[in-house]
Design a protein around this ligand. Structure first.
Ligand code: F6P
Length: 529
């Protein structure tokens, strides 16, 4: 497969964008009409004026879109046809929130309505459990896409929390489950086993321990307090969940794209079905925008293009996502799986190697990041593009603090782009010897994605925007965004290591490089047991 920038269309685009980079963002931002480089949809604003793009670059992006078969691939995704060729599967997360009457959307609607009816029973106290007592807490056990999406949304929409308190357990580190169960009464706790496959070792170990915790208090009726959200209902029933408590979704929904499926059950319970449906409404609005808008007016497509442009053409190896919203503090973690598990690939769909794919995605909320890593962002030797996520209206009464928050975001975006020249530093009277330390090179590209408020609808639009941008990035790099073979082998090796680390057996059989360390670890474990 030819890599993106090795084909003429990308080469012309790369040359034009590199020319802009030579002229600097400071010069670009002075040009008339620069402020037009933004797209808006119903309370979500995407401002990409501080990127190495121009009308000329965007026109050349059109040629690249044709090359990557943007329109036809979008139709395949929209119809729910085979978009995941290595696993010979359709990709149907759009059907989860669609209003169409096709088979996938109809099945998804039925599955959602069944889960939402259960959530209403739990919230109202109609769900009897084993003792007839109202459920006060939910413990969701899942990992990856079965945790990151629901946990991020639950935190983001904390203002809408109204039902039982939801806690999220993901890690096999035993203290994760210990901390979640601490202080809870098994008789008023519902455990959700969230697993697309019902085979993930961390989840199934934690689920077994949670079951034992329930049984210790409730006895044989413990399974009345365990439900499962899964694409493997038979495996859930075989594990012990009663059929009426298994909430299924289609195998064609990828784990990292599953927050709008019944994997969102903790959200239906903790926030309410109406809030969950409002989030789906926002996702559906972004779906329609993505499906209907031509690429130059298409928010996910332009976002994807800029992400590929910076990482592949301008060789910027990471992307920082900085939400200036403390309730969005788990958004970077969610996007790490969505973007890097989707496009962290080195083989194209046709089996040929590619030498360009996903940047490293990372981030923390602002303004905290300003006191942690913004030094590198401003004056480091590596240029790191930034997606600033702004939430304009706050749910707090402290509007003065909200103004400070937004003022900081705008300042950081400006300084990254414009920098601060030596002349400017000297005119401020800075000592000539010190001056070089106070120069900011600027020319550091960044976008602002602003939400009018952090509502369920606008959060849904933001999530869907990144979901579709992820798919378009994969089309541009030529990789399959919907498989994840890279995570399978580590699981196999881990399962081989477990008995080797059994203190009773003595640590043997590990490769020499680990031997001494594991001998010490084994000794410590023996002492710990
Ligand atoms: O990380 C690999 C992976 O398969 C993810 O794609 C998935 O979200 C996660 O593990 C959990 O898988 P499951 O939902 O099947 O337990």
């Amino acid at each position: 497969m030819e890599t993106p920038i090795s084909v003429p269309q990308w080469a012309r685009l790369a040359a034009e964008s590199s020319r802009l980079r030579q002229s600097t963002l400071r010069a670009l931002l002075d040009t008339p009409g620069r402020g037009q480089l933004h797209l808006e949809l119903d309370g979500l604003l995407f401002d990409f004026s501080r990127q190495f793009v121009s009308d000329a670059v965007l026109n050349l992006f059109g040629d690249v879109c044709e090359l990557s078969e943007f329109s036809s691939r979008r139709e395949v995704l929209w119809r729910g046809d085979i978009s995941n060729p290595t696993e010979k599967r359709a990709v149907t997360h759009v059907a989860l929130r669609g209003s169409s009457n096709d088979a996938a959307a109809t099945a998804a609607r039925t599955q959602r309505e069944r889960a939402e009816a259960f959530a209403r029973d739990v919230r109202s106290g109609a769900f009897p459990g084993a003792t007839g007592r109202r459920i006060t807490h939910v413990v969701n056990i899942g990992i990856g896409g079965s945790d990151l999406g629901p946990a991020m949304v639950y935190r983001a929409l904390a203002s809408w929390a109204s039902g039982p308190e939801c806690r999220f357990v993901s890690n096999i580190d035993p203290v994760d489950l210990d901390r979640a169960l601490h202080g809870l009464d098994p008789q008023t706790t519902l455990v959700i086993v969230s697993s697309k496959t019902m085979t993930t070792s961390e989840t199934m170990h934690n689920a077994s321990r949670a079951r034992a915790w329930l049984e210790a208090s409730i006895g044989d009726s413990a399974m009345a307090h365990m439900v499962a959200s899964t694409a493997s209902p038979d495996a859930a029933v075989q594990w012990g969940v009663s059929g009426e408590h298994v909430f299924g979704f289609a195998d064609s929904v990828g784990g990292r794209f599953s927050v709008s499926s019944v994997i969102g059950l903790p959200l239906m319970i903790g926030l309410g079905p109406e809030v969950f449906d409002a989030m789906l409404g926002g996702m559906s609005a972004m779906d329609t925008h993505f499906h209907e808008q031509s690429w130059e007016c298409n928010i996910p497509a332009v976002h994807a293009f800029i992400t590929v442009l910076n990482s592949t053409v301008h060789q910027m190896s990471s992307l920082a996502v900085i939400p200036y919203s403390h309730d969005l503090s788990r958004l970077p973690a969610f996007l790490q799986q969505l973007l890097m598990e989707s496009n962290g690939k080195s083989v194209a769909i046709d089996g040929q190697s590619v030498d360009a794919s996903s940047p490293i995605v990372w981030g923390e909320p602002g303004t905290n990041g300003q006191h942690a890593f913004f030094q590198l962002l401003h004056q480091g030797t590596q240029v790191v593009p930034v997606d600033f996520i702004a939430v304009v209206r706050t749910t707090s009464s402290d509007t003065a603090a909200q103004r400070m928050l937004l003022a900081n975001l705008l300042a950081q975006a400006e300084v990254l782009a414009l920098g601060r020249t030596l002349e400017e530093v000297l005119t401020e009277g800075v000592d000539a010897e010190l001056a070089p330390h106070k120069v900011f090179s600027g020319n550091r590209p960044n976008s602002i994605i602003a939400l009018r408020e952090l509502s369920p609808r606008l959060l849904g639009m933001l999530i869907a925007m990144y979901e579709h941008s992820t798919a378009v990035q994969g089309w541009l790099w030529g990789v399959n965004s919907f498989d994840q073979f890279g995570v399978e082998h580590g699981k196999v090796v881990a399962s081989r290591n477990i008995p080797l680390l059994d203190p009773a057996e003595g640590v043997t059989g590990l490769s020499a490089s680990f031997a001494k360390a594991c001998e010490i670890a084994g000794m410590w474990m023996r002492d710990n047991l």
